[in-house]
Design a protein around this ligand. Structure first.
Ligand code: KIV
Length: 259
């Protein structure tokens, strides 16, 4: 099994789609690692695992615990640590937090949300040898709710400007979240680093989804998330069967009993 490096990932831009998923636990990481180029330990875990209303309440120490488990379970894929809200508001804070996160988790890179306003922070981290995955378009940490971006010219211009700046910032790739197809296509053609889309069409250089969303476990199912399974239904069915078995004294069976 050959380890994916950032260099290898960059080469994929003009060759083959970059496959990414999120993972917060070692069980999911072990499966994703067999098939993905990149695993993101996303701060979406706040909403998906902890039932928070936004990602803004996620603490860096929570992220560190999950990222450590994911990285330890991963042999091949690049593992990216998602920097939580307000942990990178200036260069010094960003470096202090990113360095600590990388040191404690051994992750390969960090992810930061934002456009033009964080370019100097990205440049600083890269200069300090911390690889950065950027994130533009819909920015869950600062946006109010879920809304597709780039539908009007003002928004399109702003996001294209963000993309150009990010493309020259030293970030090795950029997540493009929830933008209209035409804009995703323009960004991908305009910048030399790979674009990884989530709700941003097939024109990106790669795709990422929140694993629990595409497995039908989180209950979050907007149009852009293809449902590859309905784990919620499967789990509920299994729980109901177990409850019935216990109540009817059918479980434990004799094969489940120590003699
Ligand atoms: O936190 C996360 O999982 C993310 C993805 C939605 C890209 O940022």
């Amino acid at each position: 099994m050959q380890k994916i490096t950032i260099k290898k990932l960059l080469k994929k831009k003009y060759k083959s789609p970059i496959v990414c998923l999120t993972a917060y636990t070692s069980n999911i990481a072990k499966i994703a690692d067999k098939y993905c180029d990149l695993i993101l330990v996303g701060d979406s875990l706040g909403m998906v695992l902890y039932g928070m209303k936004t990602t803004r309440d996620v603490k860096i120490d929570t992220m560190i615990l999950h990222a450590k488990a994911v990285k330890e379970a991963t042999k091949k894929s690049l593992v990216v640590f998602d920097m939580p809200y307000k942990t990178y508001t200036n260069k010094t804070l960003a470096y202090k937090n990113a360095r600590r996160a990388i040191k404690l988790t051994n992750c390969d890179a960090v992810k930061l949300e934002g456009g033009k306003e964080i370019i100097n922070i990205i440049k600083f981290l890269v200069k300090k040898k911390i690889p950065v995955l950027a994130h533009i378009g819909l920015l869950p940490q600062t946006s109010d709710g879920f809304k597709v971006k780039g539908k009007n010219t003002i928004e399109e211009k702003k996001i294209l400007k963000d993309a150009t700046g990010i493309g020259n910032s030293g970030a090795f790739a950029v997540i493009v979240e929830c933008v209209v197809e035409n804009l995703a296509k323009k960004i991908t053609r305009k910048i030399s680093i790979p674009t990884i889309g989530i709700g941003a069409s097939k024109y990106c250089d790669g795709q990422i989804l929140v694993t629990e969303d595409m497995l039908g476990l989180s209950g979050f199912a907007p149009k852009f998330v293809k449902q590859y399974a309905n784990l919620n239904k499967l789990i509920e069915k299994s729980v109901k069967k177990y409850v019935k078995d216990v109540k009817m004294k059918r479980f434990p069976f004799s094969k489940n009993v120590y003699k």
